[in-house]
Design a protein around this ligand. Sequence first.
Ligand SMILES: Cc1cc2nc3c(=O)[nH]c(=O)nc-3n(C[C@H](O)[C@H](O)[C@H](O)COP(=O)(O)OP(=O)(O)OC[C@H]3O[C@@H](n4cnc5c(N)ncnc54)[C@H](O)[C@@H]3O)c2cc1C
Length: 548
Amino acid sequence: MASTSAFVSIAPVLAKQPLGRASSMLRTSVFTPTRAASFSLHAPAPASPLSWAPQRGAARHGARRWVTTMAAADANGSSKYDYDLFVIGAGSGGVRASRIAAGHGARVAVAELAALGGTCVNVGCVPKKLFSYGSHYAHDFADAAKYGWSVPEVPTVDWPTLIANKNAEILRLNGIYGRMLENAGVELKVGAATLTGPHSVEVNGVAHTAETILVAVGGEPFVPTFPGSEHVITSNEAFFLESLPRRVLIAGGGYIAVEFACIFHGYGSQVTQLYRGDLFLRGFDRDVRTHLAGEMTDRGIDVRFNTDVQSVEKNADGSFTTTLKDGSTVETDVVMFATGRKPMTSKLGLEAAGVKTGKSGEILVDDFSQTNVPSIYAVGDVTDRVALTPVAIAEGHCFADTLYNNTPRSPNYEYIPSAVFSQPAIGTCGLSEEQAVEKFGADDVDVFKSAFRPLKHTLTQRPGERELMKLVVRRSTDVVVGVHVVQSAAGELIQLAGVALKAGATKKLFDSTIGVHPTSAEELVTLRQSERAKAEAAAAAEAEKATA
Ligand SMILES: Cc1cc2nc3c(=O)[nH]c(=O)nc-3n(C[C@H](O)[C@H](O)[C@H](O)COP(=O)(O)OP(=O)(O)OC[C@H]3O[C@@H](n4cnc5c(N)ncnc54)[C@H](O)[C@@H]3O)c2cc1C
């Protein structure tokens, strides 16, 4: 399928926006092929539609708190601090903690240096999923023809329209976040905050004090330094590319690398994905990793393992030549590194406040997200526990309930369902087969699995659409300890599998559940024979053949 690279005017889209939005969109839609000037998102500037006057303390009265603020109050009952809570970072965790704490009656301020909503809203889950939706159309067009539709032979892509529409949607979400904070009575400080002590922070040269400080600054992409590393982009910039690259090289083996490989491929780019290990998606179930690698290859993505980038050189025509460690070269229009993320703690002033960090700069916290400095807490990606939006939100919510609603609680990290929006997608919850074997021993683990072409693709016969359903069961208890799915709607499917696993569902319970027909998901309740039983049956048949 042809890829049209860019210029298409974004004027029609901008014309529908109020002036503030339009200028903000213009700012954000400029792509630079280096990382230096990129991640300046639509931070709410004073005159923008996102700016809002702080309305403090709407629901502040009647607070009961786990950690007493009474000690901090003077004889008249007023606090000696400017705020009860100062939150650094208005992303997933910070926004949830701010508004719940304010709802419980705390006087809260939150500082944000970029855009409301943080990584997830601006350069993470949301734009990624929109890109992913968009990239499926190429296949949908092809499939439609097999179902009798007349479709143009070569559908074309208007990339700037995608970027402009995506930007407009994200601006809308920024506004919603602003209004949520405003309605909760949270005061917004626009700028980078630094810690100056256990109870003090500075934003734009202005000092603020708070009884409690919550650090929720998230993480940022990590790119190793090597010759030419200044030429590569990360996921931050990938969301603002001016044109659809004809050829893309993606280095990395995590879920972000895999998702972008599928997104660019779907949109028609020629994609090479490199990973230095023997198989991408380390930590996921090995069958899932192998299955997806096969499907991506079948779709036409050049997936290469056990290889790494040596250097990147910019060519006269603006393209890049990447030299790999084996001496071979790959020429592309964009080189994207998705080689991990690191906590954004280097310029935070953690030392000034005496906050302890780990090897990668992550803030060390206890079960209640409290650091070694009693007045300072941290939630979300900056703590490097489980780097997912719903987890950051849960940590922020638990923190606020614990401190400001007298309800001490911490998140339960067991059986967190999650998805990779690859093509086909992955849904996973619980232990991989390898983790289960390590935990319980091979004799105590049974595996049930099935790989198949789904009904939809019996007509299309399109390569790269085979699915996988897998259950990992602890034999001694019959409890299902892992569900792993590779399927186009895996993200939707795995949510409820998470409920079943949290409820301690047994294999017997799965088996007694009536399937939904005809679906792929019904496989999960019809997996009758374990891999062990299949192997035993095969061995018995072999033995019978040998004695016949
Ligand atoms: C490409 C990509 C795709 C992803 N897809 C998914 C997905 O599909 N599902 C999922 O669950 N998770 C996904 N994630 C992960 C998810 O985005 C994060 O886990 C989540 O955003 C973490 O929330 P947080 O509150 O810890 O930090 P963030 O959301 O990153 O928020 C931190 C905020 O702090 C601000 N900040 C930093 N330093 C300062 C400072 N000094 N002063 C003031 N403000 C500061 C930042 O600008 C940012 O707005 C994805 C991430 C990426 C990069």
